[in-house]
Write a protein that binds this ligand. Structure first.
Ligand SMILES: [Zn+2]
Length: 401
């Protein structure tokens, strides 16, 4: 399906002609240090590639395609191209379209995450600075965006940007009487408050359902939404007849205090009946959610932080996860920060290999040592902490970069 090799001109003359016409990267590296693609002494596309006898799957990157050292050479104007210079192509597509066409296999879990991030990251943006005649003024920065003609047409015609299956039910988390209320600008406060069911949300309606029925008592808030359907008109839950839905609570950062502890309780609490019910443990009603978490042992052995990081790593970009760990450290309530790091460092740093490769400190096909990856992760974590006025040295025995 995909090849990165020259062909025998006798056996496949047509394809051979296309490959040599379109799919060769210009000589660079040791063969031509003046090539345009050379940045800091290295080709920015990592050519010439190493010879290899068979295709290997690489972790977190494109496959390493077979480029056998089989003596096949294409000569052009005195330059000699071997399999090391072939840009990966798909023979069928190359013959069909007759143009430069780089096709790569992209598989693995990372692809799914990449696609999902791509949908939600929004259009390209640029930060522009207006200067000249304003030297003594505070610099004005404008956050601009660029929409290509194709994207503009797509949106004007209101085509779908993406489709989701199964549907995801987003579940709000709010403290008592602190939920969002939508209203029109012309409405008065009294009009809004007089609206029927204005006090109800998915969360409080979950309490109401479990207060009256006992069929949902074995389910947590997010599990509940998979078996019950939300009727937004009357703001009530009903047993789900069909359709598969995944329930997800909005992520709450530990910097939100009580709201975070409420979320922590909701991740484990089966069958909520009321706010007070959530704050009750062993017959004792606690004044705040944090105390209820402590009584249940959720903050012992950093258990709550583990739940929080686990959830964040499943859904958030890695940069945001390292920032989250910094926020968690800043609460000063982590008993053993180094154990948290040890348990989650692989997840927290799984974007780092890609970053390091981009920085061109390593050869394209070179395996980056794990220690270098974690070292960069710690460096980045420390950078975030310094931004927040602290550093890793404040949280012994955290390892240092
Ligand atoms: Zn190059």
């Amino acid at each position: 399906m995909i090849s990165a090799q020259l062909l025998d001109p006798q056996l496949q003359p047509l394809l051979y002609a296309k490959v040599t016409k379109y799919m060769l990267h210009g000589l660079c590296g040791v063969d031509n240090s003046q090539a345009k693609c050379m940045v800091n002494g290295k080709c920015n596309k990592h050519f010439p590639k190493e010879y290899r006898e068979r295709t290997d799957w690489a972790e977190d990157s494109y496959p390493l395609y077979a480029r056998p050292n089989n003596g096949l050479v294409f000569e052009h104007n005195g330059a000699r191209f071997t399999n090391q210079y072939v840009v990966p192509y798909c023979p069928q597509l190359l013959l069909l379209f007759d143009c430069y066409l780089n096709v790569e296999i992209s598989a693995g879990l990372g692809t799914v995450k990449y696609l999902s991030k791509y949908i939600y990251k929004g259009p390209d943006r640029a930060t522009m600075e207006i200067s000249g005649g304003m030297q003594d003024e505070i610099k004005a920065h404008l956050n601009g965006w660029f929409i290509s003609p194709i994207e503009a047409c797509w949106k004007i015609f209101e085509f779908n940007m993406h489709r989701e299956s199964p549907a995801v039910q987003c579940l709000p988390i709010h403290l008592p009487n602190e939920h969002y209320v939508n209203f029109h600008a012309h409405q008065t406060v009294n009009e809004v408050l007089a609206r029927q069911n204005v006090e109800k949300t998915q969360l409080t309606a979950w309490f109401n359902y479990d207060f009256v029925h006992d069929d949902g008592l074995g389910l947590t808030y997010w599990q509940f939404s998979q078996y019950y359907t939300w009727d937004a008109k009357v703001k009530s839950w009903y047993p789900r007849q069909w359709a598969k839905v995944i329930g997800r609570m909005y992520f709450v950062s530990p910097s939100k205090g009580e709201q975070f502890f409420l979320q922590l309780l909701l991740t484990i609490f089966e069958g909520g009946k009321s706010w007070e019910y959530l704050r009750t443990w062993n017959g004792q009603v606690f004044a705040i959610f944090k105390e209820a978490c402590m009584a249940r042992g959720l903050l012992e052995d950093d258990h709550g932080w583990r739940i929080c990081l686990e959830e964040a790593i499943a859904i958030q970009p890695r940069m945001a996860c390292r920032r989250l760990l910094a926020v968690i450290l800043l609460t000063n309530e982590v008993a053993e920060p180094h154990l948290l790091w040890d348990q989650f460092k692989a997840g927290l740093c799984d974007d780092v290999k890609h970053k390091l490769h981009h920085m061109n400190h390593y050869q394209a096909n070179q395996e980056i040592p794990e220690n270098d990856v974690y070292d960069y992760g710690l460096w980045d974590l420390n950078r975030i902490l310094v931004e927040m006025g602290r550093s890793l040295t404040d949280f012994p025995p955290m390892p240092l970069p």
